[in-house]
Write a protein that binds this ligand. Structure first.
Ligand SMILES: [Zn+2]
Ligand SMILES: [Zn+2]
Length: 338
């Protein structure tokens, strides 16, 4: 179990001991539980990796996040589930018997799904789902009452009504929507200690990616002329020309095309109970034709997905508009070897 001091340490819970499940939820399709041993005042978050049935009892393999510092990263524990709120550590004999009887399931590749974990631990709503937010909102509002709100940046106490921090002057508001001019979210940046967690919550900490004022979804879905052309990839030229006639988005029968989807996403890294959220931009690309020669990794593929942080995208954009601009001046070309 984790002790709060930094660096965190794991403290072994003896065999046959009860440990309480004090919270349950899912993040990006992975079920999580927070375990607590009140006597030693420690808590730790585990993901639920496997479930196995044996003699009418259910056992779970719980795993520490891979980001845990030191040798305990990825540490796994096998526990018996007593009830949705309680797990029990195993004696060495119990452990050996379960491993012998359920070894295949426990060592298998198939990760435990959220519905499977919910059947054992009860509802595990996604932390960012509208259901979870609706359920948490009154609790949060109650929990927030009388709690001190601090500035996201300078950490000095502020009143929640402030649109900007009176100490450092930074705005606490969400950006304005380029479409309607309203705030895209009513939330404000803040540092808060809730009853069950604390952290730096920006205006987008539980945002659904839509403008709260007009509903516009900040996702671009585009079809652009680029890449290898279907016409060049097939002997059936007549059919390709017919297809081009039927496809009004293409201006030329020799045009390839790519479908792009550009959207905001988030990457999550967890160490002990510290959840680190990095905003990302995700680009999904579907191309008409994949390359048929050259190094597969460096060539155009039918489908691609690129996820980068905002700083990484900014570096790419700045370089392509600046020192590497000549790379953008190149054109597609062909040669005929018949
Ligand atoms: Zn401030
Ligand atoms: Zn709007």
């Amino acid at each position: 179990m984790a002790q709060s001091p930094c660096p965190p340490t794991l403290e072994a819970v003896g065999p046959g001991k009860e440990v309480r499940v004090v919270r349950r939820w899912s993040e990006q399709g992975v079920p999580f539980v927070k375990l607590a041993v009140p006597e030693i005042g420690s808590e730790v978050d585990y993901s639920v990796r496997r479930l196995a049935e044996d003699n009418g009892a259910t056992f779970a393999v719980l795993e520490l996040a891979p980001g845990w510092p030191g040798a305990q990263a990825g540490h796994r524990s096998l526990v018996r589930i007593a009830d949705p709120d309680t797990v029990r550590t195993l004696t060495t004999d119990d452990f050996n018997q379960v491993v012998v009887r359920c070894g295949e399931v426990l060592a298998g590749e198939a990760a435990c799904s959220v519905p499977d974990a919910e059947a054992v631990f009860g509802a595990m709503p996604d932390w960012l789902s509208p259901e979870f937010r609706a359920q948490e909102k009154p609790l949060r509002a109650e929990s927030e009452q009388g709690r001190e709100i601090r500035c996201f940046h300078c950490e000095k106490p502020i009143a929640d009504a402030e649109a900007a921090c009176p100490h450092c002057g930074r705005s606490r508001l969400a950006p304005r929507c380029p479409r309607c001019g309203g705030l895209v979210s009513p939330e404000r940046d803040k540092h808060v200690y809730y009853a069950d967690e604390n952290g730096y919550y920006p205006w987008h900490h539980a945002w659904d990616g839509r403008c709260a004022s007009c509903g516009f979804e900040f996702v671009a879905r585009l079809v652009i002329e680029t890449g290898h052309a279907p016409f060049l990839a097939s002997n059936d030229h007549h059919a390709q020309i017919e297809q081009w006639k039927a496809e009004p988005t293409l201006s030329h029968p020799f045009a390839g095309f790519s479908r792009l989807e550009i959207r905001g996403a988030e990457s999550v890294h967890m160490v002990c109970d510290l959840w680190d959220y990095q905003p990302t931009i995700e680009v999904r690309i579907q191309r008409a034709v994949a390359a048929n020669a050259g190094e597969p990794a460096g060539s155009l593929t039918k489908e691609a997905r690129v996820v980068m942080t905002l700083a990484e995208w900014r570096a790419v954009i700045e370089n392509l508009q600046g020192p590497l601009r000549v790379l953008m001046e190149r054109k597609p070309w062909t040669r005929d070897t018949t």
